[in-house]
Design a binder for this molecule. Structure first.
Ligand SMILES: Cc1cc2nc3c(=O)[nH]c(=O)nc-3n(C[C@H](O)[C@H](O)[C@H](O)COP(=O)(O)OP(=O)(O)OC[C@H]3O[C@@H](n4cnc5c(N)ncnc54)[C@H](O)[C@@H]3O)c2cc1C
Length: 299
């Protein structure tokens, strides 16, 4: 790790050591990460990933941290894309964004440029890179509806991958193992955005009413099983308000775990396990995590 940090220093990369992940994740849980590095653009991202590869250290990439539950300790290096925010509006409804641009930023810029198609993403937090990995969606749309091409770093170089080759699925995608999204091209439709602006307002209103947006959380904990929405399933089984320590299933939406202040990563994990076991015992349905669990957890 020492020689890697020296390499970060000599290349002028921005990094921190002993960084607390509870500052980074929307759930505001998580202990310290050994090193976090912040590439400022996709070319720095590629250089950093190549350095990590040559130093053979453990690493992971994070966007906005809005879909992760971080453990008490994160070994190795966290690569944060949050400073990679460049967005270019091209001709013919095409938009290219670096992976750290937030979905909100891209939505605002595209609406200003008179482009339709991304309205569904209103209020989804996080970056467009994280969004592509998760195939984030809401209001009847998903990112795969508007993605045309994604560039990823894979085994030392940046490669373009067309939408058809990505294998998008409900809240997921299939890129070659070890890929990091560097840039994304969207294909939107030029048109009259006056109705889009109304849709954005409505979507925000609905979100604020149905989700615990004012308390730290990481979005939907579980994917919706085919039988019924996970929130309804958990609500029917009486899990709304169920808590361990200061982590609990939201009273407003049972598929959200909220951190009422100082929640321990292990308590969040215990809640997830408790819900899965309860649902399986009572209904035979196997819930699958939508959130990504990272790092090591104390018991
Ligand atoms: C209040 C709230 C509401 C939400 N509502 C919705 C919703 O309506 N619909 C929905 O789909 N989601 C929703 N989410 C979940 C979350 O916002 C989305 O999944 C979002 O797209 C995640 O983006 P992120 O940048 O925060 O990803 P992160 O949480 O940082 O990462 C998620 C995963 O993607 C990986 N990743 C991130 N960036 C990259 C990259 N550049 N290359 C490779 N891998 C990468 C990470 O390693 C991790 O595995 C909500 C979350 C919250 C807190």
């Amino acid at each position: 790790m020492k020689s890697l940090i020296e390499a970060f220093e000599s290349s002028g990369f921005k990094y921190e050591t002993g960084f607390s992940m509870n500052r980074y994740t929307s759930m505001k849980v998580g202990g310290s990460a050994e090193v976090i590095v912040y590439p400022r653009n996709s070319s720095e991202l590629i250089d950093i990933l190549n350095l990590l590869r040559s130093h053979e250290v453990k690493w992971m990439v994070l966007g906005g941290g809005s879909n992760v539950i971080a453990g008490d300790k994160i070994n190795g290096v966290v690569v944060s894309t949050k400073n990679m925010k460049r967005v270019d509006i091209l001709d013919g409804g095409r938009v290219e964004a670096e992976s750290g641009a937030t979905l909100g930023q891209v939505l605002n810029l595209t609406l200003k440029a008179g482009l339709l198609g991304l309205e569904f993403a209103t209020g989804i937090p996080g970056t467009i890179g994280g969004g592509v990995i998760m195939n984030a969606g809401a209001n009847g749309g998903e990112l795969c509806d508007v993605v045309e091409r994604v560039w990823v770093w894979h085994e030392g170089k940046e490669i373009p991958i067309n939408k058809d080759e990505i294998g998008f699925e409900y809240r997921g995608s299939h890129f070659p193992t070890g890929s990091v999204v560097t840039r994304i091209r969207l294909a939107l439709k030029p048109g009259d955005t006056s109705l889009s602006k109304e849709a954005v307002k409505l979507y925000l209103k609905k979100r604020n009413k149905t989700q615990p947006v004012e308390i730290a959380n990481s979005g939907s904990v579980f994917k919706n099983p085919k039988e019924m929405p996970a929130g309804k399933l958990l609500d029917d089984l009486g899990l709304k308000g169920y808590r361990i320590g200061t982590a609990k299933f939201s009273e407003r939406h049972a598929n959200f775990i909220v951190n009422m202040g100082g929640a321990k990563p292990g308590d969040v994990l215990k809640l997830i396990d408790f819900a899965k076991n309860t649902v399986y015992k009572k209904t035979g349905i196997v819930l699958e995590n939508e959130v990504k669990i990272i790092g090591e957890f104390e018991q």
